[in-house]
Design a protein around this ligand. Structure first.
Ligand SMILES: [Zn+2]
Ligand SMILES: [Zn+2]
Length: 170
């Protein structure tokens, strides 16, 4: 009985923690602080991407993404500029001063903005739920992602993943 109480309490604490982290307004900024943004709804999914483009733009082993509902993402200061591959389908936004890669918009997926969660003031929750393009992963890299894709998940997969992600953070 006592053990059950503790288990229940731990579970409640864990749930409470997730809710606080993902359901409050989140604020973020680039390296120099000229561009700032806020997020007013919970992320729909988090991911690490090992593709060559993400490796180039992050100058690192992989990029981190939080998929945010488009109408819940707002630039509150500064004028981000296009960088990386200049379209045609993907639009990567950078700070014009410090050149931090901040977020990405994809044509045809206007309901989402892919934000780099490392830039959030509170970024401790941003564990990647999935990882993509593992076919291009550096051999020493390991992430705690729950799902792995050699390439990218299909739209169907994405829908299922978002349901699962929401349930895990509810
Ligand atoms: Zn900057
Ligand atoms: Zn990528």
């Amino acid at each position: 009985m006592r053990e059950m109480d503790i288990a229940t309490q731990n579970n409640a604490n864990q749930k409470g923690k997730d809710m606080t982290l993902t359901k409050s307004t989140l604020t973020g900024r680039c390296r120099c602080g000229q561009v700032r943004f806020e997020i007013s709804a919970p992320p729909l999914l988090t991911a690490a991407c090992h593709c060559a483009g993400c490796q180039s733009m992050s100058s690192s082993a992989f990029s981190l993404t939080a998929m945010i509902p488009g109408d819940a993402f707002r630039v509150t200061q500064g004028d981000p500029v296009i960088g990386g591959l200049h379209g045609p389908q993907q639009h990567h936004y950078f700070c014009p001063n410090c050149m931090t890669w901040m977020f990405t918009r994809i044509d045809g997926f206007d309901a989402f903005v892919n934000v780099r969660p490392t830039l959030l003031e509170n970024n401790q929750w941003s564990t990647p739920f999935i990882e993509t393009m593992t076919s291009n992963k550096l051999p020493w890299v390991q992430t705690p992602a729950h799902h792995r894709y050699d390439e990218f998940p299909s739209i169907d997969d994405l829908q299922h993943l978002m349901v699962e992600f929401a349930a895990a953070h509810d």
